[in-house]
Each structure stands twice: as C-alpha cells, then as structure tokens.
Design a protein around this ligand. Structure first.
Ligand code: BT5
Length: 253
C-alpha cells in the first residue's frame, strides 16, 4: 500500500502496528539473511532509540519510524558514509514534499529552523574487513503538533513547520526513491558525488564547534568531511582531528 516507485527498496516490507524498535527487528531479519532493500516500519515504537542507547520519542501514527537493510560490499570503516548518504536522502525528501530546504548537522541530524526534524541511526553487522549488513534507522517527525517537555525546545515536525498535515505513505515512497537513487549512485561512482550533495545541505562546515565524543570534547573549527565521512576539526593549536561520531554544538560568534 506504499505505492512504490522503487525497483528494490521497500518491496520486502514488515509493516508493524507497534514494536519496541524497528531497528531491533531489522537486525534480527538481517541476521536471518533478509535481502537488501528490506524495510521495517511501524506506527509506534515503545522503545525507539537513538545513538548511545538514548531514547527516541516515537508516538503512534505521527511520524515515520523505519529501518532499512543494506548490504554494500564495503569495509566497516566506510560505513559512516552511509549515514551521510541517508541524511541527504532525508533532506531531499523533505525538500520535495514541503519545499523547505532543511539543514544537515553532521553526522545524523536533519534540522529545520535549528530544530531536529529527523535523526539517523546507522548500525553494522560486520566481519573485521567486510560489512555483512547495514541497518539504517530513520526517525522523521511528520504530523506531531507538540512534543514532551524534555525535547520540545530541540524537536520539530513537518506539521509544526508548515501548518499542514502530511500523508505519511507518500513521504515514505519519496524517501525510498531518494535512498535507492543515491545508493545506486554510491555503489557505481563512490562517495564523492554524495559528498558534494551533502555539502549543499551541511551547516556544520566552516563553523566554530564543540564536538563531544566518548573520549571528551574537542573545540575548534569544522574544516569539512573526509572521503570516508569523518569530520575534520582544527583546534586552536593548529592540530587536525578526525572524528567518527560525536554530538556537535555549533558556536555562534
Ligand atoms: C538519533 O539519535 O537521532 C537517531 C534516531 C533514530 C530513530 C530511528 S526510528 C526507527 C529506528 N528504530 C529505532 O529504535 N531508532 C531508529 P541521537 O543523535 O542520539 O539523538 C537522540 C536524541 O534526540 C535524544 O536524546 C533526544 O534528545 C532527542 N530526541 C528524541 N526523540 C526525538 C524526536 N522524536 N525528535 C527530535 N529529537 C528527539
């Protein structure tokens, strides 16, 4: 019932009413050999999660809570590229549906007016030198009119930003089309064309930032992303740091 225009993505679909997390079910399916392009989508998640086991607010019938299984032949170190690819697909889909040009904040935030409208969670099943499956979780706030107090200051939805409500299956269809197209381009031509598109939406680059990583905070200027999708930051002493994952705070001058 998604009215798919894709060749492969989304044809194998596990459409759920309520699950703890689509990510969890997708992991299980990938482990059992589910084919590339398989999606798990749910009306509601009771234990949706973000990175580092943070929780992801996923109320019933309002957003897009989806996990996609990919099976690229890449080494695990290149997987951060896929987060950026998916961010571009999400940004393009939002732009097509709403005419709003969203911002991408490295690595996994999609923002509108500085607030988070979507987040991406990229997880791997991998051998030391080869990816077996990439499980890409996408959470997009679509028709919410309000958020719980703890995230209200940082979260937004397409409805709040436009004053309209949206037919979610249409957005899923657009999103899958963008994902399939960008992923095909990535497999054929590598990360460079994706990187260029990403730079068109990125708000992090050229800014004074604080990057909070598991090993502490790094304060400096975000110079750009590398060909593997890591963030290149120059600290005041001139040293260059390459960051795989972090929470980024953009410092206003
Ligand atoms: C993310 O993590 O942004 C990744 C979110 C991935 C969610 C999808 S939904 C389908 C799939 N199944 C899952 O269980 N997960 C994936 P992170 O960058 O760590 O951001 C998490 C933080 O965002 C939280 O700590 C909150 O501060 C905030 N947050 C929680 N729910 C939100 C929401 N609905 N909208 C905006 N911000 C939210």
């Amino acid at each position: 019932q998604l009215g798919l225009k894709t060749k492969r993505f989304g044809w194998n679909v596990y459409d759920q009413e309520s699950v703890p997390s689509t990510q969890q079910l997708a992991h299980q399916l990938a482990h059992e050999g589910a084919e590339e392009g398989t999606i798990v989508i749910a009306e509601e998640q009771t234990a949706g999660r973000g990175r580092l086991n943070r929780s992801w607010h996923s109320p019933k019938g309002t957003g897009i809570w989806m996990s996609l299984i990919l099976r690229p032949s890449i080494p695990p170190q290149q997987a951060p590229q896929l987060t950026l690819l998916v961010a571009v697909a999400v940004a393009e889909a939002i732009q097509e549906v709403t005419n709003i040009v969203p911002d991408i904040k490295w690595p996994n935030d999609i923002l509108v007016n500085g607030k988070k409208v979507a987040g991406i969670l990229t997880e791997l099943q991998a051998d030391p030198d080869q990816v077996r499956a990439v499980i890409v979780g996408i959470g997009m706030n679509v028709n919410q009119k309000q958020f719980p107090n703890d995230i209200a200051p940082i979260a937004t939805s397409l409805a709040l930003e436009t004053g309209r409500t949206f037919h979610r299956p249409k957005i899923v269809q657009t999103l899958l089309q963008k994902l399939e197209q960008l992923y095909g381009q990535y497999l054929q031509h590598g990360f460079l064309p994706i990187k260029l598109l990403w730079e068109g939406y990125a708000v992090t680059i050229g800014q004074q930032i604080v990057a909070r990583t598991l090993n502490g905070a790094i304060r400096g200027v975000a110079l750009g992303i590398t060909d593997s999708g890591t963030l290149k930051v120059q600290t005041e002493d001139g040293a260059i740091h390459y960051i795989y994952s972090a929470d980024i705070e953009i410092k206003k001058e």
